[in-house]
Design a protein around this ligand. Structure first.
Ligand code: SF4
Ligand code: SF4
Length: 113
């Protein structure tokens, strides 16, 4: 089992989650983070830290379709372990529908650099 990052993170990316992860298994894309399923130890401490509630256990029916995306991009995007400023328009995208189709991009973020 693992936790996964889901659609609500897209364009919000508050990064509160990375500060609490004991095994540093978050990876950063341009518009969202993902969790590496093979590195996550399933501790659950990140879940309540996420302001838009984007993090779910993979046992949640909503999480299922996001597992492949977390698996794929955690292999391609840089690791992120330190909190950084959220995008200036993050608040305006909270709770928006269909963010994956509107904004998802495979472009990597800058990680801890
Ligand atoms: S706290 Fe939530 S919204 Fe912020 S980066 Fe982590 S998963 Fe994304
Ligand atoms: S559940 Fe624990 S190990 Fe997995 S991503 Fe969240 S904080 Fe990290």
């Amino acid at each position: 089992m693992t936790y996964v990052v889901t659609e609500s993170c897209i364009k919000c990316k508050y990064t509160d989650c990375v500060e609490v992860c004991p095994v540093d298994c978050f990876y950063e894309g341009k518009n969202m983070l993902v969790i590496h399923p093979d590195e996550c130890i399933d501790c659950g401490v990140c879940e309540p830290e996420c302001p838009p509630e984007a993090i779910l256990p993979d046992t949640d029916p909503e999480a299922e379709k996001w597992l492949d995306l977390n698996t794929q991009y955690s292999e391609q995007w840089p690791n992120i372990t330190r909190k950084k400023d959220a995008p200036t328009d993050a608040e305006s995208h909270q709770g928006e529908d269909d963010k994956y189709n509107k904004y998802f991009t495979p472009e990597p973020g800058s990680g801890d650099d």
